[in-house]
Design a protein around this ligand. Sequence first.
Ligand SMILES: C[S@@+](CC[C@H](N)C(=O)[O-])C[C@H]1O[C@@H](n2cnc3c(N)ncnc32)[C@H](O)[C@@H]1O
Length: 257
Amino acid sequence: MSLTYKGVEQAPVPAQPAPAPVLHLRDSSGVPYYLKAYYWWAYVHPRAVRIFERQWLVNLILWGNYARLRDAALGELGESLPGRTLQVACVYGDLTCRLSARAAAGRGIVDVVDVLPVQLDNLRRKLPADAPVRLLRMDATHLAAPDARYDRALVFFLLHEQPSHDRERTLHEVMRVVRPGGTIVIIDYALPRWWHPLRYLWRPLLAALEPFALDLWRREVADLLADAPTIRHLRKKSFFGGLYQKVVATRAGGGAA
Ligand SMILES: C[S@@+](CC[C@H](N)C(=O)[O-])C[C@H]1O[C@@H](n2cnc3c(N)ncnc32)[C@H](O)[C@@H]1O
């Protein structure tokens, strides 16, 4: 149908494609669109939680590296964890149970934050009744905690799930809430070495299932932290031919390194 305006025929306006969802936005209950769009099958749907809450399955997805990566993270934090420990996002398997045992040994407390109630409920069922753990519904990109609240923080395989805007906000928040001199441990994907078969075989699968994961292949997590004035010391260790990495950062301002 054509329209006429002041005697001049106007070309019909072509239909506009619907705007792509802005992935850093949240729905009315605060759930990020990237979780609903790409991770409903892994974390959001209650059936997904029942399926994936099997350590052998997570271990399989991590090519047999779950225990190694879990222990690498716990090893950085310490055997006994006094004070306040933050775990950013729930994790399938026994990582949090082990973390809370270390906090109990140091008479400390663990706060686990996650944006999905279904994940927090699942974690509650895994923990012993007397575990010194608080489960807090919170978005990692806007932590409702004062600056320097925590002695240490753990971010286990969260960053690869997030679009870059959310990833950067999460890192910013973690650096903010860890006290000067405190430790931040990050475990996540990284670019495998050139000779690693998974560098070529895993890429299309990651691209299809976890579309933001390849960001971590293109840009090092350590690089995201390197320029932060709040970071004093940074080190990285690779695992499994580089497919996984551990980044350990120390917050600046807590005395000499
Ligand atoms: C830590 S990651 C994946 C961990 C790993 N694949 C595993 O379970 O072994 C998954 C969790 O991150 C949570 N999550 C994702 N984005 C979040 C955000 N912005 N704030 C808080 N939690 C978030 C999800 O709800 C989910 O529970």
